[in-house]
Write a protein that binds this ligand. Structure first.
Ligand code: F6R
Length: 615
């Protein structure tokens, strides 16, 4: 939610800020703005509602330039998207400009105090209190700008990543972090800040991940980091290993389509990292904790939100089946408020692409307070979740820029498969032979996904028959029930076609009332032989009897449903436990082409943002 960039150095900041904001637009896109300290001493502020391209046009019409600047792309929390509410925000004198990601929870109290002292606020945002607070502290005299920032932040409660510039200090950029992500890009004679590494790829190859409660002072010659109480911090400088192409569309029409096509490679990378030549699973950094927990843990608890929650539901089935340990899942937003009761020895697994989802983080903190050890399945190195976990399994999917999750999801499924196999081995629930069989089948999944991708034209043609429908129902059973939920979520979030995912057996308990000749019912019918397959066919018959239009995902070579379904999408057959990894790709493509036919802005669905850092 909200993207931040900043630059201080000898170059013109404006193109660098715009380049960074373009790469961060997935974090929010209802308005954008920049503040640039110009050579004539003025602090130029330019903001526009809507997409970043509107700001670019404004900058073309009114060029500004300077070696110090901050930029912001917004996902509105406090105050509607408008120029007044867009960032950067200024103090009363117009000398201090601030960009912010997060929420200052006590802003109303701070604002009232400042108003009582004569400050006049222009916006409805929480952010605006920050420049006013700094202004008020500096008015008192005797404090440096850095000290004033620290003092202001000591009285702010909530979450923030901040970029701050002063009109009267042309060679210093300040940054601070508490609960929202922020990195410093360390250059040679120039420095950057950004919400995320992709924003400054190409520009630096070293970064500092700021910790909560740290403030950075960036000058062209170097970076100093201190804590809110003024004590110096010793930041760790890390090399950037990502390639710039990872944040480009690489010839695809959208990031989402590129990311769908990256899945075979992503899964291969994960397998190469964690399956040894002899077919055994090695979870690397997470091994020690799992070894200690495998026998000890009485229960596994999976915490996550959204798509990651569906991956968690899948993980639960695998862990119960392969590792023979009771497992439950909960949504981060529910777990934290439900007064959970956990067995003493519970192992928590947190799943998050971004590692910054506020509800997932809050639930992890609660689980830790309750004595759980936490393993995270996460895609973003250096993220808050990774820092707050006892061990991690990195999904290594690379930056996911399309707002709707695709490759990160399949990587989460694969990570769960690896983790469940390892836990199963450690607990004696799987023998060596079964482990080898399972990893051999896992190794085939990337090729199976390639075969689904090769059917893209057929899937597009099928989606063209249904894209004008108002509703769609997705049905699956057992391992494919979470995939029905994910398929429906993907469809509704990018196409705005209302879609419901249901456990097929539940259909007769309510949603069957929706079925008529206008309703497409997408049914997950692989593999051809398992104990729930016959039940699934019975559900299809129930749909047929009510004239629903069935789109069945079936195993290649399975002709048995052709008479029943209006359309079939054949996919390679694998074991039931791994079929979700293959089936979901067909549903991603179905949703994608549905959304395209409906004219949606696929990479930036309305109202959404990639990383949900507010509750
Ligand atoms: C949907 C989607 C969201 C996220 C959810 C959690 O396509 O991407 O539902 O899965 O917001 O995000 P992370 O995984 O970053 O915790």
């Amino acid at each position: 939610m909200c993207g931040i960039v900043g630059y201080v150095g000898p170059k013109n900041a404006v193109p660098l800020l715009i380049e960074g904001l373009k790469r961060l637009e997935y974090r929010g896109y209802d308005s954008a703005g920049v503040a640039v300290r110009q050579a004539d001493g003025a602090l130029a502020i330019l903001k526009r509602v809507g997409r970043l391209s509107n700001l670019e046009e404004a900058l073309d019409a009114t060029p500004v330039a300077g070696g110090l600047g901050i930029g912001h792309t917004r996902w509105a929390t406090h105050g509607e998207p408008s120029e007044i509410n867009s960032h950067p925000h200024l103090d009363g004198s117009g000398r201090i400009a601030v960009v912010h990601n997060g929420i200052i929870e006590n802003y109303l109290a701070l604002r009232a105090e400042l108003e009582a002292k004569g400050h006049v606020f222009r916006s409805q945002t929480d952010t605006e209190v920050i420049p006013h607070l700094i202004e008020e502290i500096l008015k008192g005299g005797g404090k440096s700008r850095l000290e004033a920032i620290r003092e202001a932040l000591r009285s702010a409660r909530g979450a923030y990543a901040l970029g701050i510039v002063f009109r009267d200090e042309p060679d210093a950029l300040y940054a601070a972090r508490c609960g929202s992500p922020l990195i410093v890009g360390v250059g040679d004679g120039e420095q950057f800040i950004a919400s995320d590494v992709p924003a400054i790829l190409n520009r630096v190859n070293k970064v500092i991940y700021l910790n909560d409660g740290e403030v950075a002072e960036l000058r062209p010659a170097g970076v100093a980091v201190s804590k809110l109480d003024g004590t110096p911090a010793a930041p760790e400088i890390k090399a950037v290993t990502l390639k710039a192409e990872a944040a480009e569309r690489a010839g695809f029409e959208t990031f989402m389509l590129k990311e769908i096509h990256e899945q075979p490679r992503v899964l291969r990378t994960l397998l190469d990292a964690h399956v040894r030549k002899d077919g055994s699973v090695d979870l690397g950094e997470a091994s020690a904790l799992l070894e200690a927990q495998a026998q000890n843990a009485q229960r596994v608890l999976i915490l996550s939100c959204g798509t990651a929650h569906y991956a968690g539901m899948y993980g639960r089935l695998l862990i119960e089946r392969w590792a023979d340990i009771p497992c439950e899942t909960d949504l981060g937003s529910e777990f934290r408020y439900r007064q959970p009761r956990l067995p003493e020895r519970t192992l928590a697994i947190a799943v998050s692409q971004s590692g910054e989802t506020a509800d997932t983080l809050a639930s992890v903190r609660l689980a830790r307070e309750m004595g759980c050890k936490v393993v995270s399945i996460c895609n973003v190195p250096g993220s808050t979740l990774l820092r707050e976990s006892d061990a991690a399994l990195l999904t290594q999917a690379g930056p996911e820029i399309g707002v709707a999750s695709t490759k990160a999801f399949t990587a989460q499924l694969m990570a769960f498969a690896l983790l469940a196999i390892r836990l199963g081995r450690l607990r004696g629930a799987l023998d060596e032979k079964r482990e080898r069989e399972l990893t051999a089948e896992l190794a085939r999944i990337p090729d199976y996904i390639h075969r689904v991708l090769d059917r893209q034209d057929d899937i597009r043609a099928i989606s063209q028959k249904y894209y004008e429908c108002f509703n769609a129902l997705y049905l699956g059973r057992r391992f494919n029930y979470p995939i029905a939920l994910e398929g429906a979520l993907k469809n509704k979030e990018i196409s705005y076609q209302h879609a419901e995912g249901y456990a097929a057996g539940e259909m007769k308990h309510g949603p069957i009332a929706l079925i008529n000749e206008l309703l497409p019912v997408v049914c997950l019918c692989t593999p051809t032989a398992d104990e729930v397959r016959d039940k699934m066919v019975s559900n299809l018959k129930e749909v047929e009897a009510r004239k629903g239009r069935i789109v069945a995902v079936v195993a290649e070579g399975d002709e048995s449903l052709r008479g029943l379904a209006q359309d079939v999408i054949p996919v390679p057959e694998t074991i039931e436990e791994l079929s979700p990894l293959v089936n979901v790709v067909a549903l991603q493509l179905f949703a994608y082409h549905n959304a395209k036919a409906r004219g949606a802005d696929i990479d930036k669905p309305r109202n959404l943002a990639k990383s949900v850092t507010v509750e």
